[in-house]
Design a protein around this ligand. Sequence first.
Ligand code: ADP
Length: 496
Amino acid sequence: MTTIELVGVAVDTRHYIGGERVASGETFANTSPIDGTFLGDIARGGAAEIGAAVSAARAAFAGWAAMGPQARGAILHRVADLVEQNLETLAAIETLDNGALLRSHRRGVMPRVAHNLRFFADWAINELGHPDLDTRGHTNHVSWDPSGVAALITPWNAPLMLATWKIGPALAAGDTVVLKPAEWTPLSASFFADLTKQAGMPDGVFNVVQGYGDEAGAALVAHPGISRISFTGSVPTAKTIARAAAENLTPCSFELGGKSPCIVLGDADLELAASLAVEQYDNAGQVCLSGTRILVHESIATEFMEAFTAKAAALTQGDPRDPETDIGPQIHQTHFDRVKGFVDRAKAEGADIVWGGEPNGELGGLYFRPTLIANPAPGSEIVTAEVFGPVLTMQTFTTDDDVVALANGTDFGLAAIVVSGDRDHAELVTRQLVAGTIWVNCFFVRDLRAPFGGSKKSGVGREGGTWSFDFYADIKNTVFAPTGWKTATIEGSTHG
Ligand code: ADP
């Protein structure tokens, strides 16, 4: 079986290499987290398929690089058009595969997929550049040249959305791509490959190899023919990838986990604070940016808890295809067990379960109730390790110094949320936080022109605007002598 019929369309279960569909001798089973339905057997790639995909991408590189940003941008815009035309299908496939809300995929996520492609295509055309620098009459001209084959390794929590944060700038920069999607969510990337073909993207420019991380993923990052590795996933996997990349000195961009604080200062609007806290259950907590550690000023802790539980009680858990549903399932049994393990251990250590704290017995399967844990043991794993499920903790603090110490007291530094009625007060705190993105009185606002990434163990590098191109491109400085100069520069005379 090479395709599966889902939501009224055929989704290919094979790799996409050099513009062709390629099967593997072995496959792996793909099931839906919604109800455990078997979706299909997916091609299980390894070193051979990765070798073929990197070769195809290398062969396509010179032509794609030579096309220039305008012509590449035109194709990326055509892919974006096709994403928009197939929005319902993509949304439905993604929901079946990863269990995230269909209404979010329709309204927010898939339109963003198209936007990601358009944004980076346009940035390469209109924005990428640096004013020439003058060094005593010499002109320094900076350019962003295509670098080769970008290896992209993506996670399952927002599969196509996160993939296009990488695909967009890599292709716009003139690199060719080999994408290895997460094995729990192979389908949207496969369907997307068909759209690149329909859009007229030259064969070999965009390739997809399906498979497991320690097989296809490991072969890809160790391949000497790639020029970049962009990875979004867990810290242990990033370390494994960095070790493989070291052999070839392949530059890496890592977007990793988080344990972000949601800080409610004493002057916060309680309704807003509670709404923002409940929003951290988005995607059933499977969001790297989630502010899962709620840190509340002791003077308003009781009122905050009341406002929070009122809002949490209004959440509906269920089938993510139902428009009334707010919280769906966890992605996979392995992940569900991991999330439950964290909660069970916190309970055993004496933490209070204020809300949820167990699987949703009415729904069964992979549905874990949205959970709030109060009084966690300081420094325990529930307040230091990333759970990646619908599990929030609540701690109280007395002074700004206390909350800054608590907020910065993990190995992560991806994001932070600060809720305050006083801008100066909020700024006093934000200046002391270590995080790649801080939201004050808001959450999830993401402008592609702005830098995005993590500090400490939450990542290496930044994406967005020119930061993305700084990674995917080879940055070059060309120094032109003053017009009329024919002789070699006198040593030491031209330092700027
Ligand atoms: P998560 O815990 O979110 O599943 P992982 O870091 O394990 O995070 O997975 C994210 C992506 O990394 C997936 O596409 C997975 O297949 C891939 N991956 C896992 N292990 C490796 C590896 N050793 N080398 C390359 N990629 C890997």
